[in-house]
Design a protein around this ligand. Structure first.
Ligand code: FAD
Length: 320
């Protein structure tokens, strides 16, 4: 039986889904032990209830003005102090931009191993085995820890959300943390006017490539995405050509997404793009070139001119 600390991730004063998915992952590893959600933030106590609803056994909170927004120094110090007090057998967090930054630094301080970007946890020969994609998702590697302490980051959207039970509750423990010598001060966060659905957590993604010709062509994707409740993504080709912002880029050097449905529009399917989306559950590709590589990973393919197909899709969806 293990005690696993799982990190709740807060964005715009709301818990991100990965905060709950990590509870599912921890249940698999805890072997009937305790799953403790950790909230590092400012005025975040009221979020504890949601963590209990999603299966946390206990919630630990460090509430501090310096934790209002993520900075490496403040979060690392706060988490290390929680770890010292809780003495867990394992730590899990999302493989998000925060997790990718925080986990290796904390693992180094603890002198522990770290397995990043885990997409599955299974028991084999009475040992927990962690699966991670390698070679840009072309192959999968199964790894284990040499000692008993586990430290992993999980890929968002890969583990099921736990079943919600609003009748659950539990103990909330508040720890003080001494936070000092922060080298980064966030003075302002500039946001785009409309952010829409969060790309890395979206269940449906409509992604556009250079085939959309220009920024105007790219805009037609937003209408389609609105009708589907989807997030809009892009290939690097589309970002490089200035059709859209780089924050939409999916792939090896962009975001990794694993939605239930991925619609690739005018994207050729370069290996670097596939690295960011080939684990999507269902992939639909729209491309005028029947030889395009994207059809190699697609479950459904539409060969044709996207400028004819997208308006038809939009009209049909409006009818529903
Ligand atoms: P193209 O390859 O130009 O494909 C456009 C597609 O649109 C074609 O298949 C064409 O048939 C189709 N098309 C054109 N007109 C129409 C039409 N009217 N109707 C239907 N289809 C049409 N790329 C990424 O996406 N993400 C990454 O993270 C990434 N990282 C990289 C890292 C490195 C180190 C390198 C070297 C490259 C990286 N790339 C990445 C770039 C990648 O190699 C490709 O260049 C890029 O993905 C191509 O974008 P695209 O598919 O939009 O454009």
């Amino acid at each position: 039986m293990k005690k696993i600390l799982v990190i709740g991730e807060i964005k715009d004063q709301e818990l991100r889904n990965v905060s709950f998915e990590v509870i599912t992952a921890a249940r698999k590893a805890a072997n009937g032990g305790e799953v403790v959600s950790v909230l590092l933030g400012n005025e975040c106590e009221e979020m504890a209830g949601q963590l209990f609803d999603h299966g946390a056994d206990r919630v630990v909170i460090v509430d501090h003005p310096d934790l209002n927004r993520y900075t490496t120094d403040a979060y690392k110090q706060a988490l290390l102090q929680v770890i010292e007090k809780e003495e867990p057998n394992g730590i899990m967090m999302g493989h998000t931009s925060i997790g990718k930054d925080l986990a290796p630094r904390v693992a180094t301080k603890l002198d522990s191993g770290l397995i990043s970007d885990v997409i599955a946890i299974e028991e084999e020969d009475e040992e927990l085995v962690y699966t991670t994609p390698i070679y840009s998702g072309k192959a999968f590697e199964k790894r284990t820890f040499e000692d008993d302490f586990i430290f992993i980051t999980i890929r968002p959207n890969n583990f099921e959300l736990p079943e919600v039970d609003n009748s659950r509750s539990g103990e909330v423990i508040k720890y003080d943390a001494e936070i000092k010598d922060i080298r980064t001060i966030i003075k302002n966060v500039a946001k785009k006017a409309s952010e829409g659905v969060d790309l890395s957590e979206a269940k449906v993604v409509v992604a556009g490539g250079r085939g959309l010709k220009d920024a105007d062509g790219f805009n037609s994707l937003y209408e389609l995405a609105d009708l589907l409740g989807a997030a809009v993504g892009a290939s690097r080709g589309a970002c490089d050509a200035d059709f859209c912002d780089y924050s939409l880029q999916i792939g090896q050097t962009g975001k990794v997404v694993t939605p239930d449905l991925y619609i690739a529009v005018g994207i050729s399917g370069a290996i670097q793009h596939l690295a960011g989306m080939s684990n999507s559950k269902v992939i639909i590709a729209i491309n005028k070139d029947p030889e395009a590589d994207i059809f190699g990973v697609a479950d459904y393919g539409i060969v044709g001119d996207l400028f004819e197909i997208i308006p038809i899709l939009i009209e049909e969806l409006k009818e529903l």
